[in-house]
Design a protein around this ligand. Structure first.
Ligand code: C2E
Ligand code: MG
Ligand code: MG
Ligand code: MG
Length: 302
């Protein structure tokens, strides 16, 4: 509070603080009930092979179905869920739903193979996993069990972790990542480039994919300097034999530049916003019916 600020101003500040604390407590209580009742839903955003425009997978994104507020975006509750531990229950729900969705896409692709065998890999589902959820006991077993119950190959699942999980030199995390990968589940680093500047973990961390944060994608068209950064990340990925996925592609200019920089995969509002499961199914049906040229005409460069 600024020196010399009046008493009235302090009062106002105190009132705001009080309201914020109350709001947080209310949010916590409501989230607690929501976790018990599983009042959440997932949306699925297509991840596209940039050169062909084909969907290779979907990222699962959780929303809280709040009775009064409607669909609450994750940025407004994931932090509290982490603090309170509710993330474990929410995460279990997300994992189960996401694996269920992947299983539906897999059946859909199978059903389409009537005579004209389409040589297409099964779309994977990519699930965000918070640090606390990843560290919770039995996480690896749970993942394997969900896949087995759904009869899905582990390659149908990707887990998105953040650099924060790798910050501490944690043997258990390392061991679990290795186990998951040996099983065939792919691991992505989400929001790559925004976390901690130490790249030393990349020397040997067991991962498969770098997701280039949307703050880089959003600015790639603005200057040579921004392009150099994205170019650097894509090359780093190539050299380490990791796949790069650019997030937050909003304009044709972003897409064209990322293609020029040889970024293999992308997602963003230009291709599609996150979709309800029904719409994701419809999206795949459309792609399965369309020819490569038709898809390229819609989603590739003009
Ligand atoms: P994220 O994993 O980096 O997800 C990408 C976010 O960017 C999503 O926001 C997505 O809707 C948004 N997005 C997609 N395309 C565009 C675009 O073209 N432009 C812009 N500006 N944004 C785009 P969303 O769904 O609000 O999720 C926010 C964050 O919440 C996620 O960031 C992720 O960190 C977290 N999150 C989402 N679902 C889960 C979950 O099930 N578990 C955990 N632990 N975290 C989750
Ligand atoms: Mg993500
Ligand atoms: Mg991200
Ligand atoms: Mg994020």
């Amino acid at each position: 509070l600024a020196k010399g600020a009046g008493r009235g101003q302090w009062r106002r500040y105190e009132a705001t603080l009080h309201a914020a604390v109350l709001q947080r407590l209310e949010l916590r209580a409501a989230l607690d009930r929501a976790a018990a009742d599983q009042d959440f839903t997932l949306e699925y955003q297509p991840i596209v092979e940039m050169a062909s425009g084909r969907t290779v997978g979907f990222e699962a994104l959780v929303r809280w179905r709040h009775p009064a507020l409607g669909l609450v975006p994750p940025d407004e509750f994931i932090d509290i869920a982490e603090e309170t531990g509710l993330i474990e229950a929410i995460g279990d729900f997300v994992l189960r739903q996401a694996v269920g969705a992947a299983s539906q896409w897999s059946k859909q692709n199978g059903a389409q193979q009537d005579g004209t065998q389409k040589d297409r890999a099964q779309p994977y589902v990519s699930v965000n996993v918070s640090a606390r959820q990843f560290r919770s006991p039995g996480f690896v077993t749970k993942v394997r069990q969900e896949l087995a119950d759904a009869g899905l190959p582990p390659s149908a699942l990707m887990l998105e972790i953040t650099e924060r999980l790798l910050l501490r030199d944690d043997e258990q995390v390392w061991h679990d990542l290795t186990c998951l990968r040996e099983h065939g589940v792919r691991i992505a680093i989400d929001d790559f480039g925004t976390g901690f500047s130490s790249l030393s973990y990349l020397r040997q961390v067991p991962i498969d994919v770098l997701k280039i944060d949307k703050s880089f994608t959003a600015t790639v068209a603005s200057s040579a300097r921004q392009q150099a950064i994205v170019d650097g990340i894509v090359r780093l990925a190539q050299t380490l034999q990791l796949d790069a996925v650019a997030e937050g592609i909003e304009t044709a200019a972003d897409r064209d530049l990322l293609c020029d920089l040889n970024c293999p995969y992308g997602q963003g509002f230009l291709y599609s916003k996150p979709l309800r499961l029904d719409d994701a199914v419809e999206w795949l049906r459309f792609e399965n019916d369309a020819t490569g040229a038709e898809i390229a005409a819609i989603s590739s460069r003009p």
